[in-house]
Unconditional design. Sequence first.
Length: 232
Amino acid sequence: MKKFYEKSELWFSITWIIIYVAIMGNLRNNFGDESIFSLLGVLIIAAILTIFILKNNLKEKYGLVLCKNAKRFLYFIPFVLLCSVNLWFGAEMHYDLAHQIIAMITMLLVGYTEEVIFRGLLFKAIEKDSIKQAIVISAVTFGIGHIVNLLTGQDTIATILQVAYAIAIGFSFVMCFYKGGSLIPCIVTHSIINMTSKISIHNEDQIWSYISAIFIIVVAGSYALYLKKQEN
């Protein structure tokens, strides 16, 4: 795996994107997020990537270090706002206790893995040639990657909205990583958003889907622009 990485970081990252989407798309579609199979699938992928990064002393390169000077990043308050959306109408268990725990751990690991792949591997692979392209491609592919949720039976309109605000979140995440050198705030935020999606109570009025999507786009987009103005 190291030889493949050294030969082409870009193709290494693209390969992992394909592996992740193929495996997790199928597992989540066939068994659900509450299944032990989905949990094991993402756990294995996360473990392989983490061991590779640590073994090859790539922890700092891929942001698996603490962020310094939180004040400079507004104490990540915009990320806290993004985390609140899933709990606007309260929380409830969607499964029995055992499966609820499995679903939430699965989603936590999904958040971690997607950040390492899209914000870590892909961004750093492209950054060497063009920072602007790296920022755009990392954010957009992350958003488009959520189309995989159609395979889990998610509504088409809901998926389109998710892709739109995921792109906005992607921009805020990649700017945070680029300016701060730490992926931890992005991992924590992404994981919390994913986990709370498994206990959220959804308002059946479709207007709230649009309101929440617009809220996320405005908050994430504004934060991305703010971070863009900060010095590296």
